[in-house]
Design a protein around this ligand. Structure first.
Ligand code: NAD
Ligand code: ISE
Length: 345
């Protein structure tokens, strides 16, 4: 069976996901696209073998030739499309964030739980990165003892002009929030943000860099150093310190080049290059599950937790204080059992 996928929002990442569904992974094709910029939707559809451009997201979700939906529009529009996909009984892959407020995420949780099964996967692609998966396997094996600290580094060479002051937390650090929950298999219970001397290369309206610190429920500490104008490359760092050992992300370059009395290797230019295989694996796993009417990977619960932690982070950045994070009780649908998350079959 070929899964017919409709894509809402065909900007930068929407087009990248269309490329991978069309040319890289198997089992799906793009049957429809839409964008508030309809000319863009028409141009994207014209380059695809079997896709039509539709005027609205709702029309796309209702279309009988769309089996499953990818939401890659701007964050504040995600709630509407995810809720409509759940109401239509279709599987939906939603780029981060799941939604931009706690309340919006809770409406999604309520709607999904009411159906009795998962429909939503959130685009936290780091969970599909081979290096993060190997790190998690090391932690889970017990080889380094119980994890005590996680140091995360998220360095962007620069950011686009539309990037606003809140985005260092809820657009950039949101990935570190999710990967901390994933690696340490625990919830975040408090957030603090410290700000060192500002990078003089950052625009006036931006805070850069930040040190975002969380306490996990089990007592581990996480620090995230986020930089958004570091110029040299897109560099993702990570090290977990355990009771009797450590595990860290290795450099990702394939070769070491020696010349002119120096040695070195490539650091990725941007997130598309650094996580290219992770996005491919993420989509392949989504397509396999969605073709069976099932959901997999990061859930609405993970999207909800990340949004709530980022909201606490923004509050902490403004106040300079420690802010507690409180999540509602986790519905059974999202509890992971030895057989996998409940509600997937
Ligand atoms: P973008 O601005 O390049 O593209 C967004 C597109 O959505 C635009 O074409 C815009 O016209 C369209 N759009 C906006 N509102 C719409 C609506 N109501 N209905 C239909 N289309 C609408 O942005 P982008 O960088 O591609 O980001 C899109 C989403 O993907 C964001 O949520 C962003 O956080 C996420 N993202 C995730 C990653 C990742 O690493 N996982 C990387 C980049 C972006
Ligand atoms: C972007 O939206 C992403 O999601 C990237 O993965 C992240 O590294 C970047 O900072 C964000 O702006």
């Amino acid at each position: 069976m070929t899964l017919n996928v409709g894509v809402i929002g065909v900007g930068m990442i929407g087009q990248d996901h269309i490329r991978r569904i069309t040319h890289v992974v198997s089992g799906a094709r793009i049957s429809a696209v839409t964008d508030v910029d309809f000319d863009r939707a028409k141009a994207v559809a014209a380059d695809l073998p079997a896709a039509k451009a539709l005027q609205t997201g709702q029309e796309l979700i209702d279309d009988p030739e769309v089996d499953a939906i990818v939401v890659a529009s701007w964050g504040p529009t995600h709630e509407e499309y995810v809720l409509a996909s759940i109401a239509a009984g279709k599987q939906v892959f939603c780029e981060k964030p799941l939604a931009t407020t706690r309340e919006a995420c809770e409406r999604i949780l309520d709607a999904e739980v009411a159906t009795g099964k998962r429909h939503v996967m959130v685009g936290f692609m780091r969970r599909y990165d081979e290096a993060y998966r190997a790190m998690k396997a090391t932690i889970t094996s017990g080889d380094i003892g119980a994890p005590l600290m996680f140091h995360s580094g998220h360095r962007n060479p620069n950011v686009p002009p539309h990037y606003t002051s809140d985005m260092i937390i809820n657009d950039t650090c949101v990935h570190d929030v999710d990967v901390a929950r994933f690696l340490l298999d625990d919830e975040i219970v408090s957030a603090r943000v410290l700000t060192p001397r500002k990078n003089s290369l950052a625009s006036d309206h931006l805070t850069d860099p930040v040190l975002f610190i969380f306490e996990m429920a089990g007592g581990a500490l996480v620090d995230v150093e986020a930089s958004i104008n570091i110029q040299y490359a897109y560099d993702i760092r990570g090290e977990v310190v355990g009771e009797s050992g450590t595990v860290e992300l290795a450099e990702t370059n394939k070769v070491v080049v020696k010349k002119g009395g120096q040695w070195g290797g490539r650091v990725a230019e941007d997130w598309r290059e650094r996580f290219i295989r992770a996005y491919d694996t993420e989509f392949q796993e989504w397509i396999v599950a969605a073709s069976k009417g099932e959901s997999t990977g990061p859930s609405s619960w993970d999207g909800y937790a990340a949004t709530v932690v980022c909201a606490a982070g923004l509050q902490a950045m403004e106040s300079g204080e420690r802010v507690e994070v409180s999540l509602r009780e986790q519905p059974d649908l999202y509890k992971v059992t030895a057989q996998g998350p409940t509600g997937t079959d």
